[in-house]
Design a protein around this ligand. Structure first.
Ligand code: DGJ
Length: 734
């Protein structure tokens, strides 16, 4: 059992391969958070490491917690979960208003269960188990007698995957209405604040840049109020000890499986304590919970690493690759694709697409993706979203006819959709002007000339499911690119009552998850790639449905070093759509070599996005070589462990290493953005190898000892601007 309840001490002990997580039930009433860190084999003495009678000026004593002459205050104790309204005046995880106007929540322990495996989280994305031995689940029921509210704290300890998940369910078991104003999925207290905060920020074309900053005395908050997790912040952060690096030191990672408005952060207090929190954003949120209704908050995945940030990332990568992703392509190699977007934008017809496909096929590309512009009257981004019927001028034989012709070339066919959107200039909008998010009496602000369909409505969701299923049933479509190109404004729904309007953001997400679940489960052989103006909604929630995600609209190889490096904090490389595009690059105007563009894109889910018909024979030959090479190493990148050796955020050079699942092959890639004479790192130390084993370099047959590669490093030589070097080492097995 990975979860034990110690009856004598009244402590819950969750264990994974390398970590322990301990909660303490005091007086059968309050649940304290005692420990999270390196695995403990015994809890002896743990209760004496916290003074539960600690007094603090201006912190009130909980009237339910009076113990002999001592008094307890939940304001200074490490709480497992926190409620607004009584003595804990720090940031509350739960805040509600009851029928009589009261906002006081006081939960008392009721019962708990421990079971093998992991139950499903209704309507929401979640990690899962494949057999009962992989994980245990603890559910602790807390109850408030006065209001009838029950909260269920749910924890799953994944043993081998070395991660712990948390979620919270609220059930109204009383007779009065409850308005939930805030329900965090995670709240946890640390006894100190000696941490640095690592998070991913960005914007369109510049997603998931890495920032590491000391905690402030106050609230360090990241969030989205944009209706999706957004380009601006990712629903992920880590607390790292000040000395923690890629390879050593303590790091705690927190990743939310949610794609809508979220908030997360760390608040420190006068006693130098830290409270971390993460969940649905409580800003503009109110959920009316009627009698016998329940509300599920999304899942948080927590990873503790005693061995640096790199190990934290590798733990996330493996868990997300194997127990968050689903479907045929979870374990199977994905096809190398070519997308026509940067090749043609809206200016294409069947002939142009077929010509691109023919040349791509010669080079060895496996899948042709037709992007935006194939439907309605869409020749620019100002119309037709919602009118999902083929534009016969561009495609006289329709999608089916084109797909069959592509198949006849020996390639698979993929198609772009933006199902959540509606153009004002569309037949759909003319027929259903109330199907979009809007507020009566207010204007409807367009972004990219489009509005957002109201996915809190069942009829709208059904319409989307029908469209997608019809195409997938009637044409040989092997891949769907699911795009979403704006933030939400004037968020209102024609179908919901006034007292439920603040539920729309979350109801939208539930509607979207339902559509994605239905379509992806119905077509398990189709490869789904997510996209939101590039990587705008590239979060762990989405990766339960999509096998890969278009990482950024910025396809410049140098920019991609930053974007892919930051993204790899939590997302495995196999999730990251990465394409070779034309030069000068369409976003930055920069010219880099075809080699560097290929080498960078190969560190993700490899593909192309340029007009191959305009390339020279030599270039097509080089592409063919890249593809041959990629096929020989792709399994290492897909299933192997990634080590970040050099960060573009810290030096002139970026270096990544991938070690195959069987640990016998090592792929090393390094890149320079800006060469600095005698300064560009010219010797880079590898990581994660077997110290005593010898490795043979494929390129020249030279033998290197693992210890030499890790402790002395490999000689790179001077790299010029935009240069890359890739090497493969095979372990010599005697
Ligand atoms: C935004 C995406 O990120 C691009 O790759 C492309 O699909 C366009 N939308 C099409 O409108």
């Amino acid at each position: 059992m990975a979860i034990i309840f110690n009856e004598e001490k009244k402590m819950f002990h969750l264990q994974t391969k390398k970590t322990s997580y301990v909660m303490w039930l005091v007086d059968d009433y309050v649940l304290l958070h005692l420990y999270y860190g390196e695995r403990l084999e015994s809890l002896a003495g743990l209760e004496d490491t916290v003074n539960i009678f600690e007094e603090s000026g201006f912190s009130a004593n909980d009237y339910n917690l009076e113990k002999k002459d001592n008094l307890m205050s939940t304001d200074v104790l490490p709480m497992e979960y926190s409620f607004f309204g009584s003595t804990d005046l720090r940031k509350p995880a739960f805040h509600a208003q009851y029928e009589n106007g009261s906002r006081i929540t006081k939960m008392k322990y009721l019962s708990h269960t421990i079971t093998a495996s992991k139950p499903k989280l209704k309507g929401l994305p979640a990690t899962y188990t494949e057999n009962d031995k992989e994980a245990d689940t603890l559910e602790i029921k807390m109850h408030d007698e006065l209001t009838g509210l029950t909260l269920i704290y749910r924890y799953t300890a994944f043993n081998e995957y070395d991660a712990i998940t948390r979620s919270v369910t609220a059930v109204n078991e009383g007779t009065q209405k409850i308005n939930i104003k805030s329900i965090m999925s995670l709240s946890m207290d640390f006894y100190d604040n000696e941490f640095e905060f690592i998070h991913l920020w960005g914007g369109w074309g510049r997603e998931r840049y890495l920032e590491r900053t000391p905690l402030i005395r106050g609230n360090m908050n990241i969030e989205s109020r944009r209706g999706s997790s957004s380009h601006h912040h990712s629903p992920f952060f880590a607390l790292a000890r000040k000395n923690a690096s890629e390879e050593q030191g303590e790091v705690y990672g927190f990743s939310l499986l949610y794609s809508g408005n979220f908030e997360a952060g760390a608040e420190t207090y006068n006693r130098e304590h830290t409270r971390v929190y993460m969940g649905i954003n409580s800003f503009d949120f109110n959920w009316l919970l009627e009698e016998r209704e329940e509300f599920n908050a999304p899942e948080v995945v927590m990873v503790y690493s005693a061995n640096g940030i790199g190990e934290m990332s590798r733990t996330y990568h493996k868990l997300y690759r194997e127990r968050l992703a689903r479907g045929k392509f979870r374990d199977k190699e994905r096809p190398i694709l070519i997308n026509n977007w940067e090749a043609t934008y809206f200016d294409f017809d069947e002939e142009k697409i077929l010509n691109i496909a023919k040349t791509a096929k010669i080079a060895g590309i496996e899948l042709m993706v037709l992007d935006d512009g194939w439907f309605g009257k869409r020749d620019s981004d100002n119309c037709s979203l919602g009118d999902w019927y083929e534009n016969k001028r561009k495609l006289p034989n329709g999608i089916k006819g084109l797909a069959e012709k592509i198949n006849a070339l020996g390639m698979q066919f993929g198609l772009w959709f933006e199902p959540e959107m509606i153009s004002v200039n569309s037949d759909l909008y003319r027929a259903h002007p109330d199907w979009c998010l809007h507020v009566e009496g207010r204007g409807r602000s367009e972004s990219r000339r489009q509005l957002i369909l109201d996915l809190s409505r069942d009829d709208v969701c059904e319409y989307i499911i029908n469209i997608l299923c019809t195409y997938l049933e009637n044409a040989p479509i092997a891949y769907i690119k699911w795009d979403m190109n704006r933030n939400m404004t004037e968020v209102g729904s024609a179908k919901l009552s006034p007292d439920r309007q603040q539920e729309i953001y979350h109801r939208y997400m539930l509607g979207l998850y339902n559509i994605l679940e239905t379509v992806t489960q119905k077509f398990p052989d189709v490869l789904f790639e997510g996209c939101s103006g590039g990587g705008g909604r590239f979060d762990a929630g989405m990766m339960h449905y999509f096998n890969q995600y278009w990482t950024s609209d910025d396809t410049d190889a140098v920019e991609r070093l930053y974007i892919q490096h930051g993204t790899s904090m939590v997302m495995p490389p196999v999730f990251m759509g990465a394409h070779v595009s034309a030069v000068p690059n369409h976003q930055t105007g920069r010219t880099t070599s075809l080699k560097m563009r290929g080498d960078v894109a190969m560190c993700g889910q490899f593909g192309y996005e340029l007009d191959v018909t305009k390339m020279t024979d030599e270039e097509i030959e080089e592409i063919a070589k890249q593809i041959k090479y990629y096929k020989s190493v792709r399994e290492i990148i897909h299933k192997g462990d990634m080590y970040r050796l050099k960060s573009p955020f810290e030096c002139n050079c970026t270096a990544w290493e991938f070690i195959s699942e069987d640990e016998n092959t090592v792929l090393f890639s390094c890149f320079t953005a800006q060469a600095k004479l005698y300064l560009t790192e010219n010797r880079i130390r590898l990581s994660g190898l077997e110290q005593t084993a010898d490795y043979k370099r494929r390129e020249d047959g030279k033998i290197f000892n693992g210890g030499v590669l890790m402790n002395n490093g490999i000689l790179i030589g001077e790299l010029r601007d935009f240069e890359s070097k890739v090497m493969v080492f095979d372990k010599i097995i005697n």
